[in-house]
Write a protein that binds this ligand. Structure first.
Ligand SMILES: Cc1cc2nc3c(=O)[nH]c(=O)nc-3n(C[C@H](O)[C@H](O)[C@H](O)COP(=O)(O)OP(=O)(O)OC[C@H]3O[C@@H](n4cnc5c(N)ncnc54)[C@H](O)[C@@H]3O)c2cc1C
Length: 216
């Protein structure tokens, strides 16, 4: 799918100029984000759960221990909304009113089902692992049959999605520029710090290049 069609569910009404519906933009934000928030309604009560995600083609993957409430609810075919947010900076305006954040975010809607076929499930697990840290799958011990059995992975078909992107300086109006305070953007990129080796590490192994040079 090259483009998600805007409809009453996913059309960005507030600041529509910040919206994008093309799959390339939506996928790039999903792929860069490390955490998503999954929302669903059970018995009239809305819930929201932060968790790891990954994209496998047109599907969003979530995983967890078998029997988890959220994954069982998804596997039962219930509708979901998911948000992924990348924070790029603080927008410090002259007016309190115009303070904001620079961001790239996605909201998507869909339904999912658990992935059961063994090769498919393993590939989904590889996708999740590589999403978090590219290069890790080849180095970590593969999952055992018991671990695979204990893990539920759901694939969510993305029915509708939208991206919203705010970038650039504060939006103060021309007649507000005289207020005598600094204004601008404080970029907040995700920059990893030096890796901390596990104190129980048995062999004196170097930090792998994919950890040392980790970037989102
Ligand atoms: C880091 C961050 C900070 C923000 N801070 C504020 C804030 O303080 N106050 C505030 O009002 N808004 C803030 N926003 C914007 C907020 O996400 C909403 O876009 C905005 O509040 C409008 O919500 P709405 O339901 O009225 O939008 P509508 O435009 O009516 O939403 C319609 C549809 O557009 C899509 N959509 C809406 N927002 C987004 C989004 N952010 N990303 C992708 N799709 C979207 C959804 O599919 C939604 O169902 C922030 C966003 C981010 C990412």
């Amino acid at each position: 799918m090259a483009e998600f069609k805007a409809n009453p569910r996913n059309r960005v009404m507030r600041y529509p100029k910040r919206a994008a519906y093309d799959a390339a933009t939506v996928h790039a934000i999903l792929d860069e984000g490390l955490v998503c928030h999954v929302s669903f309604v059970m018995d009239g009560q809305p819930f929201i759960i932060p968790t790891i995600h990954a994209r496998m083609g047109d599907q969003l993957l979530l995983h967890g221990l078998k029997g988890g409430r959220m994954l069982e609810h998804i596997n039962a075919g219930n509708p979901l909304a998911v948000a992924v947010t990348l924070l790029d900076g603080l927008v410090l305006a002259r007016t309190v009113f115009n303070h904001s954040m620079n961001y790239r975010s996605v909201v998507l809607f869909g339904r999912g089902a658990s992935i059961e076929e063994p090769a498919h499930k393993l590939e989904a697990l590889r996708c999740l692992t590589e999403h978090v840290c590219r290069g890790r799958w080849a180095d970590a011990r593969p999952p055992t049959e018991k671990e695979l059995q204990a893990t539920t992975i759901v694939g969510i078909d993305i029915e509708d999605a939208s991206a919203k992107i705010r970038k650039g300086p504060p939006g103060d109006a021309d007649d507000e520029l005289e207020w005598p305070t600094w204004a601008g953007v404080l970029p907040l990129p995700t920059i990893p710090q030096p890796a901390e080796t596990d104190p129980r590490q048995q062999d004196a192994l170097p930090v792998p290049a994919y950890v040392r040079d980790y970037r989102r």
